[in-house]
Design a protein around this ligand. Structure first.
Ligand SMILES: C[S@@+](CC[C@H](N)C(=O)[O-])C[C@H]1O[C@@H](n2cnc3c(N)ncnc32)[C@H](O)[C@@H]1O
Length: 282
């Protein structure tokens, strides 16, 4: 073995890649947010967009405010964490939760569910509506977590723009809903607020899938459209975390564009409803 010091992994790469590496190191060491194992191509696009919005000419110019301006962190997280979501997104997944998973959950007298990467909360309220329709709302404790505190605050409030209500009504019906979605919210000028009985069953909390550990035992973990942003080593870490959190034969629901490709993850889960990306822990 040579005693020569090893060249850093980014040596010889285009300058922008080196700048990205240094920016991610600055973000981690200054603020503790670790994006170093996010999938690089999409991360680079988002960091470029951050540079444009912060009126920086390059990714390298983001490093100084990241180190020196504590308020810049909120802007960084808004750009890097993408809290985009909707109610009953991918309605066939919610139909499957309603028809195939919830009947299993009925056998538990107390239920714990973890939704990781809840963004502004539309998805977790959709799930809570399904649980109420199945008569399970009173026995459930849902933990909805994210790294984006602005999104978590909106989720906790449960107030959303009414501009997408028509689309949400359609999604709800396609997910097998037979009532009116308006049974579950109060409308005010331009907004609607989810009823307090749903909000009471959900604890919204800051939790980082990259650096934090399991905090509860659950029968169902929903983590949709989050792993897609991670590289394969980070995906494996997070899948192990979900496996450790789930009870025996507990359910894991991922996003429809995600996958359980690695051999390691195939050892942890079996298929339950593959088209809707629902698995059971081994
Ligand atoms: C595209 S949204 C998905 C929201 C929702 N699950 C859905 O499918 O509609 C991705 C969410 O993952 C969150 N996220 C990204 N990295 C995370 C991490 N390391 N730990 C926890 N949440 C994370 C983001 O803040 C964002 O709210």
């Amino acid at each position: 073995m040579s005693d020569e010091p090893r060249a850093p992994a980014v040596a010889g790469q285009p300058v922008e890649n080196i700048a990205l590496h240094l920016f991610l190191e600055a973000l981690f060491h200054r603020h503790g947010y670790d994006f170093r194992n996010y999938a690089k191509a999409s991360l680079k696009r988002r960091v470029r967009a951050l540079a444009v919005s912060a009126q920086c000419n390059s990714i390298a110019e983001l490093i100084a405010p990241t180190l020196n301006d504590p308020e810049f962190l909120t802007t960084i997280l808004q750009h890097l964490s993408l809290p985009v979501t909707e109610m009953f997104r991918d309605s066939s997944v919610f139909k499957s939760l309603r028809e195939q998973i919830i009947p299993y959950l009925k056998s538990y007298s107390r239920l714990q569910i973890w939704q990781a990467g809840c963004a502004s909360g539309e998805e977790v309220y959709s799930l809570a509506i399904l649980l109420e329709e199945a008569g399970l709302l009173d026995r459930v404790q849902i933990y909805a977590t994210d790294i984006n505190d602005t999104a978590l605050h909106q989720a906790e409030e449960g107030i959303f723009s009414a501009s997408r209500l028509d689309e949400y009504e359609r999604n709800y019906v396609q997910a097998g809903g037979t009532r009116a979605l308006s049974d579950y919210y109060v409308a005010t000028a331009g907004f609607f607020r989810i009823h307090a009985r749903f909000r009471k069953r959900i604890v919204f909390a800051h939790h980082n899938l990259v650096t934090d550990n399991v905090f509860c035992e659950t029968q169902l973990v929903l983590c949709r459209n989050v792993l897609i942003y991670f590289d394969s080593s980070l995906q494996n870490r997070v899948l192990r975390l979900f496996h450790d959190s789930l009870c025996r034969h507990g359910f894991l629901c991922l996003g429809t564009k995600e996958s359980l490709r690695s051999a390691e993850s195939a050892d942890l889960f079996t298929d339950f409803d593959r088209p809707n990306m629902i698995f059971r822990s081994k």
